[in-house]
Ligand binder design. Structure first.
Ligand code: DX5
Ligand code: ZN
Length: 222
């Protein structure tokens, strides 16, 4: 599967957002990762509905919307997403998971289910027909700058094996959290193909945006 980079926009320098988006377009970035938090499912607030509307009007780069909200079925109509966008909802955030995934598909976007580090992949079995991707949280959600939960590496490997041996080869695996230059190689080898780049890679202080993206591409294609 193609390896894709999805910069975590919550980590961007907001005072230079437009320049950063322009640079991502030049770099061929595949998605923009938009973390939406409600202060209940996770103890933080980040980006909102107007921000998503503004981004859709600003760039053609597809959005990779990560809803870290309680009862996401109640908020889908607040957003303007289209067929190029991924919309991820947390398995842990609703008792109507299949319903909300179907609702995302009915709105034309690509449904993705997100699971926290403590959630086993066996819980995904009953929604496999309803998703285009799985978002494996490699940190506990809510904040940037955290450290990898190492047990998630085996989870990625087990999930890729489950998908490939049950006829779901086309379902993508996205990883989110401490996708560093070191961890990205481990995550890719384990079977992930969409990488949320935050403070430890795309926005790392060790290089410029283009240098960091180029380092990630080289590590992924190495
Ligand atoms: C966690 C957030 C972070 C962020 C990336 O809820 O989703 O993963 O996007 O931040 P880093 O790369 O600093 O972990
Ligand atoms: Zn995220």
């Amino acid at each position: 599967m193609n390896k894709k980079i999805s910069p975590s926009i919550m980590c961007v320098d907001f005072l230079n957002l437009k320049e950063t988006i322009n640079e991502f377009e030049k770099l061929g970035i595949e998605y923009l990762h938009i973390d939406i938090m409600d202060g209940h499912f996770v103890g933080n607030y980040t980006l909102g509905t107007d921000f998503v509307k503004m981004l859709k009007a600003t760039t053609k780069i597809p959005l990779d919307i990560h809803l870290m909200v309680e009862k996401p079925e109640n908020v889908l109509d607040w957003f303007a997403f289209d067929e190029s966008d991924y919309v991820a909802v947390h398995l842990e955030s609703t008792c109507h998971l299949q319903k909300v995934l179907s609702a995302i598909k009915a709105r034309g976007a690509k449904p993705m289910v997100a699971i926290n580090p403590g959630t086993p992949i066996c819980l995904l079995e009953s929604v496999m027909e309803d998703i285009d991707g799985v978002l494996v949280m490699t940190v506990n959600p809510g904040f940037a700058g955290q450290k990898l939960v190492r047990s998630t590496l085996k989870k990625i490997k087990d999930l890729r094996k489950y998908l490939d041996s049950n006829g779901y080869e086309g379902v993508e695996i996205e990883v989110d959290g401490n996708v560093s230059f070191e961890n990205i190689v481990l995550m890719s080898k384990a079977g992930a193909n969409i990488f949320v780049g935050g403070t430890s890679s795309v926005f790392s202080k060790s290089g410029s945006l283009s240098e960091n993206v180029s380092t990630m591409r080289n590590l992924l294609n190495g």
